[in-house]
Write a protein that binds this ligand. Structure first.
Ligand code: ADP
Length: 471
């Protein structure tokens, strides 16, 4: 099968979160399973672009509203990522340093989608599946069916995967003419509550809709930033497929980002050494349990209650624990967390920013990973933590609920709580501090979770079965 993945992110080319990890791994494992999976994404000015070689594959012209723009498709030369990688260059629009966060993001990603569909429409053959990821690619199923110029693609099955339903890419109806001429009778396929909504459009137009865990699929019908009725209505074509993790990138026995590699057999000593290195680096006391948080500092991740939760734990369980935080996002939370640096000597440090290497070192050296997320479609951090023998402390929601079993339950290895509140977090940290004293149980939990198989190999077939059902 030939599968074309279209996405705004793909690790290691450009990543802002879990979307990048998934699109960097799923196609690789689909290829390993004997299919032809390719990735198409915008050409940003990231390190990957300058450190690799590309060939020009196609040059075309398309319209964004009245603007006739040139686009170029370049292809990475050596199949370095395990799949063909195509980057779409649109001068001045996509070739920027960051993935998101510009005032003209709506125009940028609309132009990207137009260029992709325009290019695919020139192919002599048709792909078996067009697989779109998140709202930045949400117009594509609509364009393939209702834009006059691309109707030849109407018979190509499209799959839309929701990695995060909170962000939907809304824009006003004044932007309607950005899309190439389309059948105006079909305006309802773009509309949601009087706005153009790319995510809603994809849910309506894609042949199948997936999201990245079973529980999140269910939650979207009750909590999806305004799309609840739509998910209820379309539930027949929606399914949840839990993400995998890239076991080649995330392997404590070969990870080149960490100083001391370890396996299930050597987990206790391996983690001790990594923890010592981490604690030396940030002046933390390695004799105490080390709690970490890694992630975007946004409301979805409940980052706003982190400062109070950490202070509450540090004041009342003095000398019994340390915290290391890595993240970026809401400037106020960044300020609060970094302001606490120095207030709890040897027990607290926050690193504000994005640091891939440090994140690996933290998964390897930490005892506990805290994820109090309000919304978590799948969550990869807890799966990475488990692979590195770090006990996840999570709120029971979305993919966290589907992957973490509380240590009080049969074969449990983590800690779960119900509310994103200082009280629940405090109580859960208390449970962790207690279990940390029990070396035997810690060792059992670590070994148990390291053996759980969340590999992409075990997931790929679910997607292939889904694609086959559309042919
Ligand atoms: P989301 O996509 O909602 O941000 P996920 O749990 O699905 O959350 O994926 C987050 C990914 O981003 C993980 O690979 C995590 O390690 C990484 N990550 C998030 N913030 C940072 C950061 N500040 N530095 C390094 N890696 C980060």
């Amino acid at each position: 099968m030939e599968i074309i993945h279209i996405s705004a992110e793909c690790y290691p080319v450009a990543k802002a979160g879990g979307l990048g990890d998934v699109v960097g791994a799923l196609p690789k494992y689909q290829n390993k399973a004997g299919h032809i999976a390719k990735v198409v994404m915008p050409m940003y000015r990231t390190k990957f672009l300058y450190e690799n070689e590309f060939d020009v594959d196609f040059k075309g012209k398309a319209y964004l509203g009245d603007w006739n723009f040139d686009y170029t498709i370049i292809k990475e030369k050596y199949n370095k990522l395990g799949f063909d990688l195509y980057l779409v260059d649109i001068n001045g629009l996509l070739d920027r340093q960051k993935v998101y966060g510009y005032d003209d993001d709506a125009d940028r990603f609309t132009a990207f989608q137009i260029a992709v569909v325009d290019w695919i429409a020139t192919w002599e053959h048709q792909p078996d599946i067009v697989h779109c990821h998140d709202h930045h690619t949400g117009f594509i199923p609509f364009m393939m069916q209702h834009c006059y110029a691309y109707k030849k693609l109407a018979s190509v099955p499209s799959v839309f995967t929701i990695h995060n339903g909170q962000y939907q890419g809304w824009m006003g109806w004044d932007k309607r003419n950005l899309l190439p001429a389309w059948d105006n009778w079909k305006w309802g396929m773009l509309d949601w509550k009087d706005n153009i909504n790319p995510m809603a459009s994809a849910v309506k137009c894609a042949w199948k809709v997936t999201t990245v865990s079973w529980s999140y699929m269910n939650e979207l019908r009750y909590n999806s930033n305004g799309l609840e009725d739509l998910f209820e209505y379309e539930k027949g074509k929606c399914i949840g497929i839990l993400n995998g993790i890239d076991n080649e990138v995330w392997d404590p026995s070969t990870d080149t980002y960490i100083n001391n590699n370890f396996s299930v057999r050597t987990v206790t000593t391996g983690k001790e050494k990594n923890k010592q290195d981490l604690c030396n680096q940030f002046n933390l006391d390695a004799t105490k349990p080390l709690f970490v948080f890694i992630g975007r500092l946004v409301g979805e991740k409940a980052a706003d209650i982190l400062p109070d939760s950490i202070m509450s734990a540090l004041y009342s369980m003095k000398d019994q624990l340390s915290f290391l935080i890595l993240g970026s996002g809401d400037p106020h939370v960044e300020w609060q967390l970094s302001n606490m640096n120095g207030n709890f000597p040897n027990a607290y440090h926050a690193v504000i920013g994005y640091n891939e290497q440090l994140s690996h070192q933290m998964y390897a050296g930490a005892d506990f990973l805290l994820m109090p997320s309000r919304v978590e479609p799948c969550g990869l951090n807890q799966m990475y933590a488990m692979r590195y023998g770090t006990v996840p402390i999570v709120r029971s929601t979305g993919g966290l609920q589907d992957t973490v079993v509380d240590m009080g339950d049969w074969e449990g290895f983590g800690i779960r709580f119900n509310h994103a509140s200082v009280g629940d977090i405090h109580y859960s940290i208390g449970r962790a501090v207690n279990v940390y004293q029990d070396k035997k149980q810690m060792s059992m939990m670590r070994k148990h979770m390291m053996k759980i198989d969340h590999s992409w190999e075990s997931v790929v077939d679910n997607y292939i079965q889904l694609y086959k059902s559309l042919k």
